[in-house]
Design a binder for this molecule. Structure first.
Ligand code: URP
Ligand code: ZN
Ligand code: ZN
Length: 469
């Protein structure tokens, strides 16, 4: 068999196995796995790990974020940063504005992404206006067109849905085989707590954490799971930050519900104390749910080790810090409630989990692959992605497991002006990244061009698919 490219002599890892083999690529697809493979182009991977490219199924890019606030990444910088972090596919969100049709929103996002991406990409929808037309006609047609997942919010003014709207949206998912992702925080409880803090004159960034305590997330997680049980749909609980919300997921599973749990680097690496930095520095760490404490970090690690979590995503939602369109916008300087929510992290997600998880012996390589690639592909219907096997897209990251690096924003490739993980020591980094058989990053150097990343329509989730042959 004539191959275009062989990755020779590396240690291949999948969610099931770790073994020595050459990987042969032809026409953008993994065509052969074996020993002694030959091709015109050979990459020597001796001493390296050959892993499926990361799939980051929770990123925000070019998302409108309120008056005068601009997200720090467009599709060029966001996917370039993802690529350097060992990712080959990202799933950003397409936000429906109130009154807007989902098709119109998608047209906007496709136009922004077209010709700009270094990685493959697909879109989740954010349903903010679940009218009869949206739920009855648009969503079913879009699911059939390959937009097979959508997110609903229980918080954020202008985005949150009430229980009746969530039930109606979940019912559309039930009828169409789509997967619902839920942001679980109780908006009314948050507003009550914000009112109390501001009445006491507390406006600093640290109040973002105290006005969104664990109970706010736990209650909403319980409610989302109950609504999913009632409507009989599988759901994803995204960006879980603590043990109480994890216990809700575990109980729902014990009742027989299909639930996917997702956590993110911020819940392993940051705490609420980070929001208490000098001179508004805490704004750099404002995200929702907020980082908790060391005990909750440990709980999240247990969830990663024991399988409460299937997905480890970045929730990359970048805003510049020292910028009037970012964290330090004029209103954001007056109160925590006006600081845009979200932090950057698409490039550091995989190195952090590798270093803190694999190198420190908390998880093995196969679990790393499952949490960062394979489970994302299965959960979100990316049939040809997330593993190294014959017939799969040749999306591969070659890692140096011994590389030592210190995270410095100056070395990263996103559009923000800081990293929440500045100064963190890392062992293990992806050196070469291949997307669809094309070497995009070779030993740390960008050699691919923007626009080589393709849009990928998706099948239904493996969780929902059994009802939809
Ligand atoms: O603070 C966060 N997580 N911002 C991103 C939007 C979201 O809720 O995922
Ligand atoms: Zn969210
Ligand atoms: Zn998010």
């Amino acid at each position: 068999m004539t191959l275009d490219l062989v990755i020779r002599g590396g240690t291949v890892a999948t969610a099931a196995d770790v073994y020595r083999a050459d990987v042969g690529i032809r026409d953008g697809t993994i065509a052969q796995i074996g020993l002694g493979l030959e091709a015109a182009e050979v990459i020597d991977a001796t001493g390296r790990l050959v892993l499926p490219g990361g799939i980051d199924s929770h990123v925000h890019i070019s998302q409108p974020s309120g008056d005068g606030i601009v997200m720090a990444d467009d599709f060029e910088s966001g996917t370039r940063s993802a690529l350097f972090g060992g990712n080959t596919t990202v799933l950003p969100f397409c936000l429906q504005a109130k009154g807007q049709s989902l098709r119109a929103a998608l047209q906007d996002y496709h136009a922004l992404a077209e010709g700009q991406c270094y990685t493959d990409h697909s879109f989740h929808l954010i349903v903010s206006d679940p009218t009869q037309a949206v739920l009855g006609q648009e969503l079913p047609a879009l699911v059939a067109d390959g937009y097979t997942s959508f997110k609903v919010f229980m918080t954020y003014e202008g985005l949150r849905l009430n229980d009746a709207e969530i039930l109606a949206t979940m019912d559309t998912a039930r009828r169409t085989g789509a997967l619902v992702m839920v942001h679980c925080e109780n908006e009314d409880a948050i507003r009550y707590l914000i009112g109390r803090q501001e009445a006491e004159g507390e406006v600093r960034p640290k109040a973002h954490a105290t006005t969104r305590p664990v109970a706010v997330e736990r209650e909403a997680t319980h409610r989302a799971l109950s609504l999913a049980e009632i409507t009989e749909v599988p759901i994803v609980i995204v960006h879980v930050s603590n043990g109480a919300a994890m216990a809700e997921i575990a109980s729902a599973r014990a009742r027989g519900q299909k639930v996917v749990g997702e956590t993110c680097p911020q819940y392993l690496m940051l705490t609420a104390k980070d929001l208490d930095g000098m001179d508004w520095e805490g704004a750099k760490f404002v995200c929702s749910p907020p980082p908790r404490d060391e005990a909750e970090q440990e709980a999240c690690w247990r969830g990663i080790e024991t399988g409460v979590f299937d997905l480890f995503s970045s929730d990359h939602c970048p805003f510049r810090y020292d910028d009037p369109a970012g964290k330090l916008n004029p209103r954001g300087r007056t109160s925590f409630r006006h600081i845009p929510n979200g932090i950057p992290g698409v490039e550091t997600r995989l190195p952090i989990l590798f270093s803190e998880g694999v190198a420190k012996g908390r998880i093995d390589l196969s679990r790393f692959v499952a949490l960062t690639a394979t489970n994302h592909a299965r959960t979100y219907g990316l049939e040809r992605k997330g593993s190294i096997a014959i017939g799969m897209d040749a999306d591969i990251a070659i890692w140096n497991p011994e590389a030592k690096r210190t995270i410095r924003h100056a070395d990263l490739h996103d559009g923000a002006d800081y990293s929440p993980y500045e100064g963190t020591e890392i062992t293990g980094w992806p050196e070469t990244v291949i997307v669809g058989g094309k070497v995009m990053v070779r030993e740390g150097e960008l050699i691919g061009a923007k626009g080589e990343g393709r849009y990928v329509p998706r099948s239904r989730s493996a969780l929902a698919a059994s009802a939809y042959p």
